[in-house]
Design a protein around this ligand. Structure first.
Ligand code: MLC
Ligand code: AMP
Length: 502
């Protein structure tokens, strides 16, 4: 039986004391302040109870100190943190809150209007972050690290998003593996430009930094100019982002004067490591970034369900277009369609095993069972090993799209599009794109006599879907290509976007 103890992240923060932890639009906060604020939050959430006993607390704050304090407060009270995305429209937020069976909703005043109404609809208590201010007297529960800690929502091949449940032990394993592999220390200073409801921003950047006793400066949203400005002004040592962000940073550099370009390039010399992941990093972007900054970006591979699995080395050669080898404490193998391991030079599906692999899909035992094979988690990604190094070849499903590092489900988008009065039938695919990796493309069959422009569709779509899910490419067709069983052949459909577009 696992023993009850203090959450390791919290115990470590006590050692980091007065070191700066978070720098955000709210100010600069040290580890003591983060501990004190999260304790206050935990006690208020408990409201006299001993332990939240894995109650789900859904929360939405701007990216910054409040987010970290609230996440830690939920953990210290024994709850499961369910972070929500700032860009999600009401319908999606309502789905996430009800699917997670949250017992309360906490929000920063910036999101009050949206979330108070949802909480009322679902008959849930609603609390503002500024109301979480009880006197810091009282004791907090001991948390068994095997308990559930967080639910992150991820799109699947079966329509609606699923909750990925990680325990405290899973999170610790994910963080410890990266801290070891990438040499994090308390001397590090990272700029955080990613959303805080996905594993990349939560684990790789925020939690690794706080585990190491490092400094994490959080921007409220990614802005390429502001990011370059921070690169120039701050003593940063680390940067982690999705490929689209590197593309956008390169575009700013290209638009600069020779003096500005020199300043930007020089600013990068103080970094010890720059990392890319969440989608394939084009070799051309790797080369351009190297020419501008002198840095060979370290590319790694991961997934919400497993944290990070493969990484190029901190020291030694980073092979362009590859994702390196298995991270510490992570087992990786490739299997054929029959589930048998394949050898070097043969492509196969990536399977992962180890303490960083998630516990379950929230309240979806069937889907959890189906995604594991003899203890190995099946990722749905296909790779090949060449000279001992993994290279990602693609995904098994054409219904999963990665745009700007966000994973979206074609099926979920199709379902929403079908509710548009002018749309008779539709199919959604990912269209290769140099900036976004993939763009969301929709082929539409319209009801007779109807017309629909891309702009009209986007305005309508943004009220129902997060903006990155709304198609940015549309073709109007008379028919969709189908196989003899009547299923839309998406590989063929992608070609339609090369010919016509709106
Ligand atoms: C299309 N648009 C997108 C989009 N695709 N906007 C944001 N993200 C997308 N993917 C449209 C918008 O609707 C909008 O249209 C316009 O493009 C926005 O342009 P922008 O202002 O230039 O975009 P920006 O806000 O700067 O966002 C770009 C970005 C963002 C790269 C910063 O996409 C982002 O934060 N991505 C990171 C996602 C992430 O963290 N993924 C990790 C998942 S975990 P309009 O009409 O409004 O102008 C994971 C595991 C692992 O994958 O391995 O890490
Ligand atoms: P998510 O479900 O949002 O966590 O996204 C995980 C998915 O992102 C993986 O299953 C891969 O398809 C993709 N991914 C992550 N890192 C890489 C990478 N370096 N190269 C290619 N695809 C990646």
């Amino acid at each position: 039986m696992a023993s009850s103890e203090k959450i390791a992240l919290i115990a470590r923060a006590e050692e980091h004391g007065f070191r700066p932890a978070i720098i955000s639009s709210e100010g600069t906060y040290n580890y003591r302040q983060l501990l004190e604020r999260s304790r206050q939050i935990a006690l208020t959430l408990l409201d006299g109870r001993e332990d939240l006993k894995e109650e789900r607390v859904a929360f939405l704050t701007p990216r910054g100190f409040d987010y970290a304090a609230l996440q830690w407060g939920i953990w210290r009270a024994g709850g499961i943190a369910v972070p929500l995305g700032e860009m999600h429209p009401v319908s999606e937020l309502e789905y996430l809150i009800s699917d997670s069976a949250a017992s309360m909703v906490v929000a920063h005043p910036e999101f009050e209007a949206k979330l108070r109404a949802i909480a009322r609809n679902l008959s849930l208590p609603f609390v503002l972050t500024e109301e979480l201010l009880s006197p810091s007297q009282g004791s907090l529960p001991k948390i068994d690290p095997a308990r559930r800690a967080m639910i992150l929502y991820t799109s699947g091949t079966t329509g609606k998003a699923k909750g990925v449940v990680s325990t405290h032990l899973n999170i610790q394993a994910q963080v410890k593996s990266l801290v070891e592999a990438w040499g994090w220390t308390s001397e590090d200073y990272i700029l955080h430009v990613l959303p805080l409801h996905h594993v990349h921003g939560i684990i790789n950047v925020l939690t690794c930094a706080l585990w190491a006793g490092a400094r994490c400066e959080i921007l409220p949203r990614f802005d390429p100019l502001e990011t370059w400005q921070k690169f120039v002004e701050r003593d940063l040592t680390l940067f982690m982002a999705v490929p689209t962000i590197y593309v956008k940073l390169i575009a700013v550099w290209e638009g600069g004067t020779p003096q500005e370009q020199e300043l930007m390039g020089k600013a990068c010399q103080k970094f010890r490591l720059m990392v890319s992941g969440s989608a394939a990093l084009p070799v051309s972007v790797l080369a351009e970034w190297k020419a501008i900054t002198g840095h060979t970006i370290l590319e790694r591979y991961g997934m919400t369900e497993i944290g990070m699995a493969l990484s190029n080395p901190l020291y030694g050669e980073r092979a362009p277009g590859s994702v390196g080898t298995a991270l510490p404490q992570v087992e990786v193998r490739l299997v054929d369609d029959g589930g048998n391991p394949v050898g070097p030079g043969v492509s196969g599906e990536i399977q992962v095993k180890g303490p960083s692999v998630f516990l379950e899909y929230w309240q979806r035992p069937e889907e959890t069972r189906a995604s594991f094979h003899q203890g190995w988690f099946s990722t749905g990604d296909v790779a090949i090993v060449e000279k001992g190094i993994y290279r990602i070849l693609g995904r098994k499903s054409t219904d999963i799209i990665k745009t700007g590092g966000y994973k979206v489900s074609a099926l979920e988008i199709e379902e929403v599009l079908r509710s548009h009065p002018a749309i008779k039938e539709c199919a959604v695919v990912g269209i290769e794109d140099p900036e976004w990796g993939e763009r969301v493309g929709a082929a539409l069959i319209l009801e007779s006599g109807e017309d629909l422009t891309l702009a009209e569709l986007r305005t309508w779509g943004k009220r129902r879907l997060a903006p990155y899910k709304v198609p940015t490419r549309v073709v109007i067709v008379d028919d969709l290509p189908r196989n003899p069983l009547g299923k839309v052949t998406k590989l063929l459909l992608k070609k339609y976007f090369e010919i016509t577009q709106r």
